[in-house]
Design a protein around this ligand. Structure first.
Ligand code: ASP
Length: 291
């Protein structure tokens, strides 16, 4: 059985650093393994652009053979269950299965029944381990280390698996992490701060998309109102520290959480994050299938 990657809190910080080190080597084109005898299978039951296709690119770069699954054209439409769908691909003898699903901890019902390594491409509002790994790689490339850095994660915290994963792992790595946003999007168990103050004092301003697909009722504020009150506006960006950077897991709703013109400004690392996504996914695939 390969090594699963379900949530980052399962991994010791040494192992997280080892994955980042490996990803950094891949970023520099060093020691790229060839897994042409391995088959990876990408099962995305929720929409995805970056995670799905950067896993795909990572698999290709490692020489793996790749099966991509289209839920709309599958037997899910014949009322087949999630479990039976995953078990089907496992019975084909694939080596790694990347899964995204809207149910938190969907993987619990698979554990013990699946031989392939499961790589979590995002579970509901729970975890998004490869997103956090690529965020960490981007931060380390920028600042060299983690301890003492301050990150504000802002926006729809309660519905964000990115916020949940990053809050836990960044704190474990010695960073100061605060959340900010409208009260309805914050969580009592996570430290929060006034957004304007946080923007002025943070090294990393991480903006999040409003996860409308996970809202029970529609948000009362319009996109424009949200932008003024809680978005990273052009005015707020000017108050950021000299070397501070802007991050966002994307997709970005321009002019809602982030001003359109900031998407590719000097401080923005959003496309850099996407680039790093390929390298961390290569590293976790290697960890999953290497004997
Ligand atoms: N792409 C990220 C995720 O899958 C963030 C988002 O969708 O807003 O969680």
């Amino acid at each position: 059985m390969g090594k699963h990657l379900l949530k980052l809190s399962d991994l010791h910080t040494d192992e997280i650093i080892a994955i980042l080190d490996r990803a950094q080597m891949f970023c520099q084109g060093i020691d790229i393994p060839n897994f042409s005898d391995k088959i990876a299978c990408n099962l995305f039951f929720e929409p995805s652009t970056r995670t799905q296709y950067s896993f795909n690119v990572a698999e290709e770069k490692l020489g793996m053979r790749v099966i991509s699954f289209n839920p709309a054209a599958s037997s899910l439409n014949k009322s087949e269950s999630f479990y039976d769908t995953v078990k089907t691909f496992d019975s084909f003898g694939v080596d790694a299965i990347v899964i995204r699903h809207k149910v938190n901890e969907y993987y619990n019902e698979l554990l013990g029944h699946i031989d392939a390594a499961i790589l979590n491409g995002g579970d509901g509002t729970g975890n998004h381990p490869t997103q956090s790994l690529l965020d960490l790689l981007t931060i380390r490339q920028e600042f060299g280390s983690f301890a003492g850095l301050k990150c504000v994660i802002a926006g729809d915290i309660v519905h964000s698996r990115v916020a949940h994963t990053n809050y836990e792992v960044m704190r474990r790595l010695g960073m100061e992490v605060v959340t900010a946003g409208p009260a309805e999007f914050l969580e009592d168990s996570l430290e929060s701060e006034d957004f304007d103050h946080a923007v002025k004092t943070a090294d990393i301003v991480m903006m999040l998309r409003i996860q409308r697909e996970r809202h029970a009722a529609s948000m009362s504020m319009s996109g424009e109102e949200f932008h003024r009150a809680y978005g990273l506006t052009v005015e707020r960006e000017k108050t950021m520290k000299d070397r501070a950077i802007i991050m966002h897991p994307a997709p970005v709703n321009r002019d809602v959480e982030l001003a359109d013109c900031l998407m590719e400004c000097d401080r923005a690392r959003i496309f850099k994050q996407m680039q790093n996504g390929v390298f961390v996914r290569m590293a976790v695939l290697e960890r999953a299938v290497k004997r």
